[in-house]
Design a protein around this ligand. Structure first.
Ligand code: ADP
Ligand code: MG
Length: 292
């Protein structure tokens, strides 16, 4: 493309709400073969809500109280959902000490004399905490509904399960379908578990899912696709996503995402609308002279 065409393209992008930080991203976009989407906050709104409270060794109210006391120290969207639910129920939170975060797994803290661990199966496995068959059934059921099961262990015993659901962004299914129509491979990548991720992917029309990916491994997955000859766009919103956005051939950040993600992306979707990612690819083809 001529420098003028690129400049015009960047200007046109700006009108559409697509911030193109460098012209090169616009030139490469036309060559993309794969779109890799982060799940939470990118395909979904990233504002999850607690939908289920399942006390096992304690009543539901105390389960929520304990979980929220620990999660009030975390910035994770799941944590915010749990704290909000406790506030909505006017629960009193307790002091949590020795708070710890395990990236992509969960959190822990002492609440009084109770050692509380909150997170996924991996976190419980790492700590040698068993999940009974009946409990596994409850977890699977939530996951098949596309919910994230947040496991709460107290003194090394699984004591309750919270079901947390996130809503899809309005235009997500349409954006995915448009990208597929353009012949692009569409993949979801998430730290969430396989069953939840696949239930959500099904609803959206995504057939390929990379689940249980630790935050630090997302960029390695991008690299792996590139090594296979794919030209990869990564779309993400979180701090976790910054290395993958940088590694991708084109990093596309959600405008409402975290500052670090926005800094790492070469293209920013100002309106948080995934249809603008589609428009970005079309714009690129136009700039490169393939669409008349
Ligand atoms: P995503 O890729 O969906 O943004 P993360 O990598 O942030 O997910 O987290 C992966 C998983 O780790 C979550 O689905 C959850 O099971 C667990 N997890 C992470 N942080 C927390 C937390 N503060 N409380 C409970 N669970 C958590
Ligand atoms: Mg995210």
């Amino acid at each position: 493309a001529t420098p003028t065409a690129v400049t015009v393209g960047i200007g046109r992008g700006a009108e559409l709400g697509i911030l193109v930080k460098n012209g090169e991203a616009l030139e490469i976009s036309e060559k993309l073969t794969t779109f890799l989407f982060d799940k939470t906050g990118t395909l979904t709104k990233g504002k999850p809500e607690v939908t289920n409270l399942i006390g096992i060794t304690m009543d539901d109210k105390y389960l929520l109280e304990l979980a929220a006391s620990v999660e009030s120290n975390s910035q994770h969207p799941l944590a915010k959902a749990i704290v909000t639910k406790a506030q909505d129920n006017d629960l009193n939170l307790h002091e949590a000490e020795e708070f710890n975060t395990f990236g992509g797994k969960g959190v822990s803290a002492m609440v009084g004399r109770k050692n509380v661990l909150i997170g996924n199966r991996t976190l419980l496995n790492d700590n040698g905490i068993l999940i009974q068959d009946t409990e596994e059934e409850l977890i699977s059921k939530l996951e098949e509904e596309g919910k994230t099961a947040v496991l709460v262990a107290v003194d090394n015993l699984l004591s309750g399960i919270l079901g947390v659901a996130d809503t899809l962004k309005e235009n997500t299914p349409q954006a995915i379908s448009e990208l597929k129509k353009m012949g692009l491979e569409v993949v979801m990548i998430t730290g969430d578990n396989k069953r939840t991720a696949e239930a959500i992917a099904n609803r959206i029309g995504i057939d390929k899912v990379m689940a249980g990916v630790l935050p630090e491994d997302k960029s390695a997955e991008v690299k792996r696709l590139q090594d296979k000859g794919e030209v990869v766009a990564f779309v993400g919103d979180g701090i976790n996503d910054a290395p993958a956005l940088a590694q991708a051939d084109v990093g596309i950040a959600i405008g409402g995402g975290t500052d670090v993600a926005i800094e790492s992306g070469e293209i920013v979707l100002i309106k948080d609308d995934l249809l603008d990612a589609v428009a970005g690819v079309q714009l690129s083809s136009k700039v490169m002279g393939r669409i008349k």
